[in-house]
Design a protein around this ligand. Structure first.
Ligand code: PMT
Length: 405
């Protein structure tokens, strides 16, 4: 059987000293590994070390002539099943965002169609700098995968975030990414209905009640499901995100609108994933004209309860259908999520503690606990795109366990 091919790009951060071990471990895991070093990486490790560990020629210079292996350098771009950049410096990430191709590594990564997994490692301030964070967000939106650096002792002696993750974690993640690639097309023939974003409950013609949902979580689910071949309908509240490729998007404003769309569409869906944050309450009456200040101390806005859309969808659940709910919690996460699991007749609930940094509303990452009749599974911090893939894997496995193809 052909071995999976990983191209390991190594840039010039101090963490490059871990790269030989990453290469060695990937080879041990059964991968064919080719390494590309930047010139600066050579200040920390040598080409010979990488060749010994990867058991293959290692490239630095774009114009170096191919040797016995007779592979044109750019051919690595097409040969790769996964492109892993570990460690990636802030400079390299910035070059990737700009599409700069001025050495062997930047050129090959720009030319590849393989999934790209980037493992940043750098000084804490550089990592947390909004420019680096913006670059990471921009690349994530284009489908590049990132591993979060860990906290640890950095080269300058300070303790902070920016440390390269454990080699075990990098290798496991690289192998997972390749199985995710293999999963492409595994949702073909399935109809997946996804909700995303907030709702807006009008008070008068100029004001409304809403919440902090950006839609990023639900859009990540819809994008991943479409990438894997599903027919996806995304029922979206008002958000500023672009429609993911290949997704049928329907906009709604209010929770009552969402209820209408979901109850009319849920019957034909094979998998339903409800990541929207519908408002639980709406003004009892909507003023026809803008409410004026009346000169008193304030005003009382009377609210009435909105329908629970997920509970209504749960009541209509058909045989073999998989329903996934979310739970945005601030306390007693598992207990609250367990109650929602039953109330919404869901197969599992993705509970996120929205008070934790890196989780919940309007960030690119999430930290979830999966609550099902089998118990609670805590997942680590990950990009919303990764959590989306995880949710879809789990939903598909449940569908198969229900005897559906
Ligand atoms: O959009 P992002 O900025 O990416 O943020 C992601 C998120 C925090 C919104 C997402 O991860 C999340 O937790 N979504 C669920 C938010 C929510 O409304 O949680 P809840 O615990 O109030 O609701 C539980 C479930 O019932 C959810 O599946 C929700 O879609 C659904 N619901 C809630 C209220 C309501 N009236 N009708 C519903 O169907």
């Amino acid at each position: 059987m052909k071995k999976p091919c990983i191209v390991l790009g190594v840039t010039g951060g101090i963490a490059a000293y871990r790269a030989p071990d990453i290469a060695r471990r990937l080879v041990k895991a059964g991968c064919e590994v080719f390494c590309i070093l930047t010139k600066n990486a050579q200040n920390i490790i040598t080409k010979q070390t990488m060749e010994t560990m990867s058991k293959n020629p290692c490239v630095v210079d774009m114009f170096e002539s191919p040797k016995s292996w007779e592979v044109e350098h750019i051919a690595l771009a097409t040969r790769a099943d996964l492109f892993l950049i570990a460690p990636a410096t802030a400079n390299f990430i910035a070059k990737m965002v700009a599409g700069i191709a001025d050495d062997m590594l930047t050129t090959t990564v720009l030319a590849t169609k393989a999934p790209v997994l980037v493992v940043p490692a750098m000084n804490t301030n550089m990592y947390e700098n909004p420019i680096t964070q913006r670059n990471i967000a921009a690349l994530s939106a284009l489908g590049v995968r990132f591993m979060e650096p860990t906290e640890g002792m950095l080269a300058n002696g300070h303790i902070g975030k920016g440390h390269i993750p454990e080699i075990d974690d990098i290798v496991r993640r690289a192998l997972d990414e390749m199985s995710a690639k293999a999963a492409e097309g595994d949702l073909k023939g399935l109809k997946i209905l996804v909700t995303a974003g907030p709702t807006r409950e009008p008070i008068d013609p100029v004001r409304y009640i809403t919440n902090r949902s950006s839609g990023k979580m639900g859009y990540a689910v819809a994008a991943e499901a479409a990438r894997r071949g599903a027919e996806v309908t995304l029922v979206s509240g008002p958000v500023a995100l672009e429609k993911p490729d290949g997704v049928n998007r329907v906009f709604v404003q209010t929770t009552v609108d969402l209820l209408g769309e979901m109850t009319s569409r849920c019957e034909e869906a094979d998998i339903i994933i409800q990541s929207a944050a519908p408002a639980d309450f709406r003004p009892l009456t909507i003023a026809e004209t803008k409410i004026k200040k009346l000169g008193g101390d304030g005003m009382v806005l009377e609210l009435t309860q909105n329908p629970d859309v997920a509970a209504s969808v749960g009541k209509l659940k058909k045989e073999g259908q998989v329903i996934v709910g979310f739970a945005a919690e601030t306390n007693d996460i598992s207990e609250n999520a367990r109650a929602k699991l039953l109330r919404k007749n869901a197969d599992f609930i993705v509970a996120n503690d929205v008070t934790r940094p890196g989780a919940g509303f309007d960030v690119d990452t999430n930290i979830a606990s999966i609550v099902s009749s089998e118990g609670v599974e805590d997942l680590p911090l990950m990009q919303k795109s990764e959590l989306a893939a995880w949710i879809l894997d789990r939903a598909l496995a449940i569908r198969k366990a229900k005897g559906k193809p």
